[in-house]
Write a protein that binds this ligand. Sequence first.
Ligand SMILES: Cc1ncc(COP(=O)(O)O)c(C=O)c1O
Length: 496
Amino acid sequence: MSDPLQSGGLLLSIRPDDGSGEPVYRQLAQQIRAAIRETRLARGTRLPASRILARELGLSRNTIVAAYELLESEGWIHSRIGAGAFVSNQPEDLAPPPPAALAEPLPRPEFSDRGRMLTSLSHATGSGRPVPFVADVPAFDVFPLATWSRLMAQSWREVDPSMLGYADPAGYMPLRDELARHLRAHRFLRCEGRDVIMTSGTQQSLDLLARILLDPGDAVWIEDPGYVGARSALIAAGARLVPVPVDTEGLMVDEGARREPRPKLIFITPSRQYPLGITMSMARRAELLAFAESCGAWVIEDDYDCEFRYSGAALPAVQSMDRSGRVIYLGTFSKSLLPSFRLGFFTGPADLATAFANAKAVVDKHPPLLEQVTLNAFMRSGRFAAHIRRMRQVYAGRQSCLLESLRRDLGDVLTVEPAETGVHLLAMLRPGLDDVAFCERARASGIALRPLSLYYLSGAARQGVIFGFAALSPKVIEAGVRKLARIFGDGPPRPS
Ligand SMILES: Cc1ncc(COP(=O)(O)O)c(C=O)c1O
């Protein structure tokens, strides 16, 4: 089996240095490997002794030893003490064994517990088409698209090459400074640009904050009824949700303390409670902060559509009253500009801002930079403020059109009051009517309504319906209400 002459003959054909620049021992190993692979060197063949081969090739013995050691470590050859080195493998020996003919492949692993939880919480975000009475979206027809695309093109034209790589996970600094100025002036926040962190919207702010601040099982107070997006993000982080009812002044702190005296976090929508539309009173804000301080809880303040106030002055944000660095203020451009931008921000204590930016780098690095540059230009030029002023007028008109239409055409089915702020109306159904059945019957005719009971966690639901108006022209609003009146003309649905 052993044939040193064969190997010797073959090895004499080796070119000691092919000029490739590779270390010579690697070139040598490569050529022997090729000879084995092509079966020019058969299994069991003894290779020339390193001393002899070194002499034949005019190389140092160390080079030959290094080549042999490399081949041995790869399994191509093996050495026997006192006998020399032998070819041990043919290519077919190195190939993976053929699969057993009848072996059934094992099933893939299941999703993780976390994955199952996360995917089961997903809620539809809608097609984006402004069908009546889609909620939570702004007016697409009044958005200054031409101005925006001009500013966007300008951002690309003037882009500094250093901005084409990865950017700061905390966001574009000039925009953060501009936002801080805006928030100090309009929401009386205490913040500097460095405390403002850009995110891809409130949903991401909530998701990452929940993951940074909460351990599984931690108690969180949440308004009942309340925002489903917040609920989902908190559940996904493993929080134990404690539903706290809302009265005419906002979240009932005394009732919350009775249900869970030591929450780790409290989630509120004080400017406009979602979905009831109540503004949290100053007294209740003070009570809530005092309670949070007494039990050491974080407070998350979701200020999602504070820009659209139609009467009276907006109350300062809760964050502006915070003296112990526990209130985290969330903002979004989903209502003031467009939801598809996926741009939002949060501001809170400096140590949290830094931690959040670090975590964000892990999750998605940073929001797209050029959109942030364009938004900065939009804000600095005064166009953002002008857009908000215009939208407030448009929305006031759309709201009163919806209010009048509902009172006129559906007054025997529901009652509705004007909203001081925001972009939806909440209509309460007459006693005995079922909001889920109401919305399902409307959906069958192409009308998108949301039942109030969907937003309750406790089960003690009031029966109402949410009507979005921001995205709809008065003509569409009137036609939609008339259609509803026809659907419910033969008697509205009652609980089965
Ligand atoms: C209560 C509340 N918060 C925040 C948002 C905005 O969320 P995002 O910024 O993720 O679009 C909405 C949108 O509907 C909302 O209703």
